[in-house]
Ligand binder design. Structure first.
Ligand code: CP
Length: 314
């Protein structure tokens, strides 16, 4: 039984097939979609709001021939009057897959303990692997001139700005190591990546491939991708004023974007707050690919679900 909780859950040798499947599903959308989830119901448990993740998963399940069942965490007894593991055991008797957006990463790991169906992490406070796989696919679509999607990522540099202790920063650090990329992070010293990240890299046998600096221009130099995320993530609202003030020097301005490679692309997992973490001029640039990135959530997540379902059959 295979689950997708972190970037390393698809091994390096599985990545070319997964990316090729995402590309084929994208090209064939509306014409030929193999009904990989025919007769299946996949549950989505969400404890945080979502536009892209919820809609792309629900549409993707439909397009693969399955039925999505959306459950707000407060609608069920998960972790309140029933243990996380028991909830997972019960849901395993009803549904064929589980997609979870929840705050505490350890709760997704507990769900896996009781699950006899694939479990997908749709974002925790620690990692957001569906976004990272989608982002890597979106980059590879632009860079792979010879059809080698995954190979086109190797040696490329991402520069990540702002909240460098966030789930997006952590997920990109793990993802970059897994894809053979480099990542330079720039943010306030207080938001330098913590020891839990180095522990995960060591546990997964990945190199410590990232650098951290408080100088945004240094991080931008020679970058192929300029990346940022909101400064006030869900659950951090009480820190809003402090975060806006501390992270202001790390806004992606046109000047900072220009310090990267001349053909560098701008990416953001969205939603974006123009005038905070990114300047409107950068969002308006022809090298800003945020809506391709958003669309690709659908194609990559369909590939992930189809692949996980295949491992159940095998
Ligand atoms: N990027 C992302 O996960 O978007 P949503 O919060 O809208 O799902």
């Amino acid at each position: 039984m295979k689950h997708f909780l972190k970037e390393t859950d698809f091994k390096a040798h599985e990545l070319p097939g997964l990316f090729a499947l995402a590309q084929s599903l994208k090209k064939g959308r509306g014409r030929h979609t193999p009904p990989s989830l025919a007769g299946q119901t996949w549950a989505l448990i969400f404890d945080k709001s979502s536009t892209r993740t919820r809609v792309s998963f629900e549409v993707g399940i439909h397009e693969l021939g399955g039925n999505p069942l959306f459950l707000n965490k407060n609608d069920i007894q998960l972790g309140s009057s029933e243990s996380v593991e028991d909830t997972s055991k019960v849901l395993s008797r009803f549904v064929h897959g589980l997609i979870v957006r929840i705050y505490d990463h350890s709760e997704v790991e507990q769900l896996v303990e009781g699950a006899t169906m694939p479990v997908i992490n749709a974002m925790t406070d620690f990692l957001h692997p569906c976004q990272i796989y989608t982002d890597a696919f979106t980059m590879a679509e632009r860079w792979a001139t010879d059809g080698d999607l995954v190979g086109s990522l190797k040696g490329r540099k991402i520069a990540f700005f702002g909240d460098t202790a966030s789930n997006m920063a952590y997920s990109w650090i793990v993802g970059a190591a897994h894809f053979g990329m480099q990542i330079a992070l720039a943010g306030p010293q207080k938001f330098a990546p913590g020891p839990e990240l180095d522990a995960l890299l060591a546990k997964e046998g990945l190199p410590k491939n990232y650098t951290f600096t408080t100088d945004p221009m240094e991080a931008a130099r020679d970058a192929d991708v300029v990346y940022t995320d909101v400064w006030v993530s869900m659950g951090k609202e009480e820190e809003k004023q402090e975060r806006l003030a501390t992270m202001a020097p790390y806004a992606v301005t046109a000047e900072l974007f220009a310090a990267a490679k001349p053909d560098a692309i701008f990416m953001h997992c969205l939603p974006a707050h123009a005038g905070e973490e990114v300047e409107q001029a950068v969002l308006d640039s022809p090298r800003c690919i945020i809506f391709d990135e958003a669309e690709n959530r659908l194609h990559m997540q369909k590939a992930i679900m189809a692949s996980l379902t295949q491992t159940v059959r095998d």
